[in-house]
Design a protein. Sequence first.
Length: 157
Amino acid sequence: MAVELDKPVADFQVQATSGQQISLADLKGRQVVLYFYPKDSTPGCTTEGGDFRDQHAAFQAAGTAVFGVSRDGLKSHENFKAKQGFPFELISDKDESLCQLFDVIKLKKLYGKEYMGVDRSTFLIDKDGVLRKEWRGVKVPGHVAAVLAAAEALNKA
């Protein structure tokens, strides 16, 4: 079943860069931003990741952990993370379990061809594991600032 606003998010266990195993239960007590993106090292995804990188200290100050999620493998993620200097981990969701939980796999079109792909989306989960905000069909410019503002407001609440 997919996530719903103002409802607890089901616990998950996923593989991430730096050899980390990430679970929502382990993150209790911290806010969590999960941003789903289509593919490592593509222009929009690089820009979005860079925006999260540039605001990383502000997210930390707001008690918020940031994770990027795509269907790319860990090797691709490690290269992307190193090349872009991301200070946060990237989650490999090859089996699409997280994509399914957050319902981000959508029918997309590229050059007239239809395919199932990741719809650029971001989710803000509070300290108790409850989904508080979601952004779907994200346009990159200005997006990270909006997520940061929401994380800061939630942290003060």
